[in-house]
Ligand binder design. Structure first.
Ligand SMILES: Cc1cc2nc3c(=O)[nH]c(=O)nc-3n(C[C@H](O)[C@H](O)[C@H](O)COP(=O)(O)O)c2cc1C
Length: 495
């Protein structure tokens, strides 16, 4: 548990130097006798220990902590674990600022809300210009952080790794780090409120490992649906949903839009029992919400994989029936004229053009004559692509997971032109019965969320501009034509 060898603390530590376990010649290169910390006394006497594999498998990201302060002796032990990580060229250009002052932590939470969770935030910085080749600086800092999180777990503490640190320069300045230190991440630390029994699942070893030569198919890192083979979309979505993304909640402004669309376009039916199919519900969060509101409905879901379909079906009480699409030939798929009502929210956007037409044709086929389809999609003619463009020009990471799209969306996403959707519906045989466009400008809730990690001045400027723009929502026809969320009510003609 205790570090085997460590250079003396120049400030004068109480650690003594004894047998280090480091080869004599290496020891001679780095330090003189009497200045080594051999770990026998540092920093805790008899710290708790844990089986190595248990430490690895039970480490969890903890995001809710007790307010209790963490004794510095324990923090130091965590830091010791950290600095015994490997670093590129053994430069050890890391610097750690441990913030355990509640007042400063509150200030950090203003920079990124992620830092408002724990009584301790360890700001991890690395020297700029050191080992940048192949990101060896990031790799060194990451090794240190992982060592610290493992050490924290063994000591009964919880930790979570924060990369969403907001304005990293503001954070650096706040904790007094000089300009030549680069803030890599923050490790939040504290006593956990509760420890999850199980962690989010890992991709199976067989999927990620290839001996001698890569033999798999990589998941595209592009949000463009054209880059995604349908089979890969199925695999990716299954992995994300089962690995924990199913807990992502739809945002409040998306839920308001959905509620309004249901109320305006699909009011509660007079019929006693309605057969309702939710198409590609993905996490099932919206199906669950609709099912709670619409009693007396018999629910079914259709998804791309058995696991995700079963997950969504179980979310609904009583459990929904589950079907697969695209059809596999062996698993149940919805049948001709089976349903009174279909809903499909923000799923066409993730499909390739051919799959979009195929799904529209299938949905027509699954409906009874006279049955209704409520389709929701994000319009290309709205501010959606504009904000997406801003995001990709900014510092934020690109790729699939960060697509600004109705949450929870998983995988590729491309906003659609309303004319394109109309053409798809027409080609499938649908008749349009209703149109609703919502949120031509971002709601106050969305702007508050999107600007939560901006510096305060910029954040209030953006929100101020947003509230002025929102006055435009009163212009007749604007939301209908420029609304981000578009809903269409289609019917399958009776004959
Ligand atoms: C490089 C890195 C960055 C991370 N950034 C964040 C973050 O900003 N916020 C957060 O809540 N979790 C963050 N995490 C935690 C991951 O979400 C978490 O490790 C993952 O879901 C697996 O869960 P587990 O740590 O409990 O096994 C990060 C993890 C790593 C390795």
């Amino acid at each position: 548990m205790t570090p085997p060898n460590e250079q003396a603390d120049p400030e004068g530590s109480s650690f003594s130097a004894e047998s280090s376990g480091i080869p004599a010649e290496a020891e001679a290169q780095t330090s003189s006798p009497g200045t080594l910390d051999d770990g026998n006394q540092a920093p805790m006497q008899n710290p708790p220990s844990m089986d190595f594999w248990q430490a690895i498998y039970t480490r969890r990201s903890i995001r809710r902590f007790k307010p209790d302060p963490v004794p510095r002796e324990l923090i130091d032990q965590v830091l010791h674990g950290g600095i015994w990580a490997p670093s590129s060229c053994n430069y050890q250009m890391w610097d750690l600022v441990v913030v355990d002052d509640p007042k400063i932590n509150q200030e950090l939470a203003q920079i990124s809300s992620q830092m408002g969770n724990a009584p301790v935030n360890i700001v991890v910085a690395y020297g700029r210009g050191f080992s940048e080749e192949n990101f060896a600086n990031v790799q060194s800092a990451a090794a240190l952080i992982e060592n610290m999180s493992l050490a924290a777990g063994v000591l009964g503490l919880g930790s979570f790794w924060i990369t969403q640190v907001g304005d990293a320069d503001a954070l650096r300045a706040k904790v007094g780090l000089p300009i030549d230190r680069w803030v890599v991440a923050v490790l939040a630390l504290g006593y956990p409120k509760s420890v999850p029994q199980k962690g989010p699942k890992r991709r199976p070893l067989s999927q990620v490992t290839h001996y001698n030569h890569y033999a798999g198919k990589p998941i595209p890192s592009s949000a463009d649906p054209a880059a995604w083979e349908p089979e890969l979309l199925t695999i990716y979505q299954r992995a994300r949903v089962l690995n924990g993304l199913r807990h992502n909640k739809p945002r409040a402004w998306e839920v308001h839009a959905l509620d309004q669309a249901l109320q305006d376009l699909l009011p509660q039916s007079e019929e006693a029992t309605e057969q309702w199919l939710d198409v590609l519900p993905c996490t099932g969060i919206l199906s669950d919400r609709m099912a709670r509101k619409r009693k007396g409905t018999e629910w079914s879901v259709v998804e791309r994989s058995n696991d995700v379909a079963a997950w969504c079906a179980r979310r609904i009480k009583p459990a929904a029936s589950s079907y697969l699409w695209p059809a596999t030939g062996t698993d149940p798929t919805p049948t001709e004229s089976q349903f009174d009502t279909l809903t499909c929210f923000f799923r066409l956007e993730g499909l390739r053009a051919a799959e979009r037409s195929e799904l529209m044709a299938q949905m027509f086929h699954w409906l009874k004559p006279g049955g209704r389809l409520l389709l929701g999609f994000v319009s290309k003619n709205s501010y959606h692509n504009w904000t997406e463009g801003l995001r990709s020009k900014g510092k934020g990471p690109g790729g699939v997971e960060y697509v600004l799209s109705p949450d929870p969306n998983i995988g590729p996403f491309e906003a659609l032109a309303p004319s394109e959707v109309s053409a798809l519906a027409k080609a499938a045989g649908f008749t349009t019965k209703g149109t609703l466009g919502l949120q031509a400008t971002p709601t106050a809730e969305e702007l508050t969320f999107r600007t939560r990690n901006f510096n305060p001045r910029l954040g209030s400027l953006v929100r101020g501009v947003g509230s002025v723009l929102r006055l435009l929502e009163f212009l007749p026809g604007l939301s209908r034509h420029r609304g981000r969320f578009q809903y269409r009510l289609y019917t399958r003609p009776k004959s």
